[in-house]
Design a protein around this ligand. Structure first.
Ligand code: HEM
Length: 535
């Protein structure tokens, strides 16, 4: 007679046997190839200090698309192939993040979406954020994005030299308003200031080598009064500011909902709904608070909290390419003039009729991605890939920059050529928004922001490679690079990072470059001045 118990037991035994065998088999296989290290310190001295994506790309030509490095026992795997990254990083086992000590544990930012480990809290935050940021829901943000682009033009008319600061403020204002429904009226508004102040203390904390706890996570247990334990004091201040920022903005959003001129916001919409049945109201509000806190902010260089910074980097690279390649700029403007004309400013309705501009945006993101090494994932269990053993706990870094420079994928990848995205068989879009279950949640929102910002600027301004006196200057394009990466990995050897796996400098943006914004005509100036009243 058939006994179901016997079947269950047999299946369980076979599964365990399979897993043990797989594990044994996996660990008997070779690790992926990579530079040969030294005893004990492994590849410590191989680790590139500057713009690591470039030497990693050169190694991939020698070792192949999967490179292995080890630093004090920590396995790091760098993937340079789009197909391999896509097939691996969509799997649940590749969807964890490294655990952080200073920023995550001591400063308490682990509950944010970007840092949260793969698990229930992260899944709930991701689900509710996706509800508001998916393709159709993000259409609700377009009117405010258009309004902020018009305000930006007015600011650029008065202070054209501060174009990066003005763009950063416009994007940050828009995120805070849409997330919390709190009205932001100037760069000195409370929640912009709070975000900047939190940023200041965290920024100090992530400077590599400043704190031994970066390298020895166990030091976090020493008391604050102990000589040399200044980092504990800093962590305490950052934690308090972070809590004030995340909790304070959440409470302000609740108050804003009750006010007469309340704005539609992500937090407001979520709080108005019941939430999932399996969650208590308290759990649901905690999830909303951290989901919102993860999107919050205006200042740059805080990629683990501040999403608008990557959009600013993307726009800065676009503007750089416009001054580097004036012929492309002329073509973009010719298209804008043909579709929008010179008597009004662009709107989102024009987007589908501006394929050359869309192609130029895609090409500038490919030309230099805002996060050339993505954001690190962490492997939850042993795996075998192309006959190599990838050990549990390995840090997985996708080399997006190398993928964008792959000759097999892109003809003359070093050339800036928007045409590759036009025609019947356009090139592959660069994976700048990351991979799999952890892929960027802001893709629709941020591509809309990039479109309306650059379309608005180019319809009324010419961008020239000139100094402030109007003298033409040669531009040698240069991008910020990633000094922190080694400290990141050092401190992560116990899978507890103090420096994030995506430290400030893993976000890369153009180094300051001369760029003069000159209004295209007297009519352009009138359009800018009338811009917001025409909405
Ligand atoms: C050009 C602009 C942007 C770029 C290039 C970008 C890129 C990325 C990348 C590479 C990741 C990591 C994906 C991975 O782990 O594989 C990421 C994660 C994320 N992004 Fe963006 N991002 C941008 C703008 C934004 C904006 C504006 C928002 C919010 C409105 C946002 C929200 C997020 C969130 C919440 C995550 C974490 C996802 C998770 O860990 O589950 N991003 N982004």
């Amino acid at each position: 007679m058939f006994a179901p118990e016997a079947l269950y037991i047999s299946v369980a035994i076979l599964t365990v046997a399979f897993l043990i065998r797989r594990r044994r088999r996996a660990s008997s296989l070779p690790l992926p190839p990579g530079p040969r290290g030294w005893p004990l310190i492994d590849n410590l001295f191989d680790w590139p200090f500057e713009s690591a994506w470039i030497p990693f790309a050169a190694w991939s030509k020698v070792f192949g698309d999967i490179i292995h490095l080890k630093i004090f026992g920590l396995h790091i795997v760098i993937i340079s192939s789009y197909d391999t990254a896509t097939s691996l990083m969509t799997q649940a086992s590749y969807s964890d993040r490294p655990i952080l000590t200073m920023v995550g544990k001591l400063m308490n930012f682990t509950p944010s979406i970007v840092l949260a480990p793969y698990g229930d809290h992260w899944k709930s935050m991701r689900r509710i954020t996706q509800q508001s940021l998916n393709r159709s829901s993000s259409l609700a943000f377009l009117p405010s994005q258009l309004g902020d682009a018009r305000l930006l033009l007015q600011e650029l008319l008065v202070h054209p030299e501060n174009y990066i600061g003005a763009i950063r403020y416009a994007l940050g204002k828009n995120i805070i308003e849409n997330t919390y429904g709190i009205r932001i009226t100037s760069p000195s508004s409370e929640y912009v200031k709070l975000s900047r102040e939190t940023h200041e203390v965290i920024q100090n904390a992530v400077v590599p080598g400043s704190f031994f706890v970066d390298v020895f996570p166990a030091l976090r247990f020493i008391p604050e009064w102990f000589p040399g334990a200044g980092f504990k004091r800093l962590a305490r201040i950052a934690k308090a500011r972070g809590e004030h920022m995340v909790d304070g903005a959440f409470d302000a959003a609740k108050k804003a909902m009750a006010s007469e001129d309340s704005m539609v916001s992500l937090v407001g919409n979520l709080l108005s709904s019941e939430g999932p049945k399996e969650m208590t109201r308290e759990e649901y509000e905690y999830t909303i608070k951290w989901a919102a806190g993860s999107l919050y902010g205006a200042p740059p260089d805080l990629p683990y909290l501040i999403c608008s910074s990557k959009t600013t980097s993307g726009i800065a690279t676009f503007l750089l390419t416009m001054v580097l390649f004036p012929d492309v700029q002329k073509k973009v403007q010719a298209e804008l003039d043909a579709v929008v004309g010179r008597k009004r400013l662009p709107t989102f309705e024009d987007r589908a009729s501006l394929p050359y501009l869309e192609a130029t945006i895609k090409e500038s993101l490919r030309f230099h991605p805002p996060t050339p090494l993505g954001i690190a994932h962490r492997l939850i269990e042993d795996d075998v890939v192309q006959g190599y053993h990838i050990p549990k706990g390995a840090i997985i870094l996708p080399n997006i920059w190398a993928m964008n420079m792959n000759e097999k994928q892109y003809e003359h990848p070093e050339r800036f050529n928007p045409e590759r995205y036009l025609g019947p068989s356009p090139a592959l879009e660069s994976p700048v928004f990351g991979f799999g279950r952890r892929a960027c949640l802001g893709v629709h929102y941020s591509t809309a922001a990039i479109f309306i910002t650059v379309a608005s600027i180019l319809s009324v301004f010419d961008l020239r490679a000139q100094d402030k006196d109007g003298k033409d200057v040669e531009i040698e394009p240069a991008f910020t690079g990633g000094k922190q990466m080694m400290v990141t990995c050092l401190s992560n050897r116990q899978t507890e990072l103090t420096i994030p796996p995506f430290p400030p400098h893993s976000r890369s943006h153009p180094k300051p470059f001369p760029c003069r914004l000159i209004s295209r005509s007297p009519e352009s100036i009138e359009l800018i001045k009338a811009g917001t009243s025409m909405l």
